[in-house]
Design a protein around this ligand. Structure first.
Ligand code: 5AD
Ligand code: SF4
Length: 447
């Protein structure tokens, strides 16, 4: 590597889950603190951070082709951009990236990106730097305070996963489950609210596995944390994602009935409706135990909107087993859902299982599943028409005078009126589409 000029502009490209979006924002803040500015739209940046996702598809190949594209475009613009590869591909394949892609000067894992400024200093001197250590708590302590806050903010409360679902790469890339301390989270929530946040979504690969010690030294779970955050003045809404059915305890279920600020929405991945497939996935629940769990949540909070994740075409999945997934979908009536074709991830047990499913079979199953999920999502939205609810205004809509916000059930709602970003307003839901609802602002706003 030759010496480089100190970068003046940067771009962070984040792929994948909300946790990566959060990490990407925090890296952007760190670079901002170094006096580096975000590159203007359409302009080549001096430093590009590829914040990668490893969960599905040909993740590594995509990174190599992105690197090629960035180098080529940089050359055209007469510069040689510094490239950092961050995120889960960096964690899983960092050494190989360093060996195969000389244009990359930094490889930084999801638990080490607080050290990006030091790595950057090295890169400017012409040295390549790689850091895929996993001291997650140190990272949070080292990150700068957040300044620009969306009314709907995110806080990572937990990282990593010990569940080892046989298809999933997360336990290898994000490491073992760790929980951030209770007092750090309560004070971070207070600061976010002071900076303008009205809603906080608690993030983690497995937030329901979060545990900590409250101010009285008592051990508490996610339910206890939510109850503590609900006491933060000015915080109006709390959400959390993602959870695993095995960790949903009584206190969390009760919190859904008792804590008004906890929004009536639950994202609880199920992956399959077939007990044989669930076992092969090492999911530790059955279709029936999952449905029973949902019943308990619904008993606590009858208007709960449900969301899930699904994988079609897991090795050995028969047509009858896929039909069990469709039957589960039918019986739940999801408000929203995410569904994926199984993708063999290197190093996971499922990748070497017999009976991998043909791509065309997966395609066809995914289409059938998504048709059912779309139908349910539209039905859920249509059933909301006529409801009066609070909407948190998050941004302007596409049309003149239009605003976009979220209902308590995480639906996008657009409406017009004299409001501003961050307002909590009362809206009558008046029309429904598959992806969003139209509302009419109630005057005067009650909130
Ligand atoms: N193939 C397809 N989907 C996957 N997911 C995780 N690993 C894989 C994989 N190998 C999905 C699961 C999970 C979501 C975040 O991504 O549905 O809940
Ligand atoms: Fe992956 Fe399973 Fe952990 Fe979710 S619970 S992150 S799917 S191993």
């Amino acid at each position: 590597m030759t010496q480089a000029k100190s970068p003046k502009t940067f771009r962070v490209k984040s792929f994948g889950c909300q946790m990566n979006v959060y990490d990407g924002e925090r890296m952007a803040e760190l670079l901002g603190e170094q006096g580096i500015a975000p590159a203007a739209e359409g302009e080549e940046a001096d430093l590009v951070v590829l914040n990668t996702c490893h969960i599905r598809e040909k993740a590594a190949e995509k990174v190599y082709s992105d690197i090629g594209r960035i180098t080529k475009r940089g050359r055209k613009a007469g510069k040689e951009p510094l490239i950092a590869v961050a995120g889960c591909v960096a964690q899983a394949e960092g050494e190989e990236i360093m060996a195969r892609a000389p244009a990359v000067s930094m490889v930084v894992g999801p638990q080490a990106y607080h050290r990006l400024p030091d790595m950057l200093a090295k890169a400017v001197r012409g040295e390549r730097a790689s850091d895929t250590d996993m001291p997650a708590i140190a990272k949070f302590a080292a990150l700068p305070q957040r300044k620009r806050i969306n009314p709907a903010a995110f806080v990572t409360i937990q990282e990593g996963c010990d569940k080892f679902c046989t298809y999933c790469v997360v336990p290898y890339t994000r490491g073992a489950e760790i929980s951030r301390p209770y007092s750090d989270l309560v004070s971070e929530a207070r600061k976010l609210v002071e900076a303008g946040a009205k809603e906080i979504t608690l993030l983690g690969q497995n937030v329901s596995a979060w545990s900590g010690e409250n101010e009285a030294g008592r051990s508490v779970g996610l339910g206890g944390l939510i109850r503590a955050l609900a006491k933060v003045d000015g915080l109006a809404r709390i959400r959390y994602t993602t959870s695993h059915p095995a960790d949903m305890d009584d206190d969390l279920i009760a919190a859904h009935g008792e804590v008004d600020k906890l929004m009536p929405y639950l994202h609880l991945p199920v992956q399959s409706g077939s007990d044989r497939v669930l076992k092969a996935m090492n999911r530790s629940h059955t279709a029936e135990s999952y449905l029973k769990l949902l019943d308990r949540f619904r008993a606590a909070r009858p208007d709960l909107a449900l969301s899930g994740d699904f994988i079609v075409g897991f090795p050995g999945e028969s047509e009858a087993e896929f039909a069990d997934t469709l039957a589960l979908v039918e019986s739940v009536g999801y408000a929203q859902a995410f569904s994926f074709k199984y993708s063999p991830r290197p190093g996971t047990p499922a990748a070497t299982m017999d009976d991998q499913i043909a791509p065309e079979v997966m395609d066809e199953r995914l289409q059938r599943l998504q048709a059912a999920l779309r139908r349910d999502q539209l039905a859920f939205n249509e059933a909301s028409v006529g409801e009066r609810c609070e909407v948190l205004v998050e941004r302007r809509g596409k049309l003149d005078g239009q605003w976009l916000g979220k209902s308590p059930w995480l639906q996008s709602v657009h409406f017009t009126g004299d409001v501003g970003i961050g307002d909590l307003v009362t809206v009558d839901l008046a029309s429904a589409g598959p992806q969003s609802l139209g509302g009419v602002l109630c005057e005067p706003a009650i909130a």
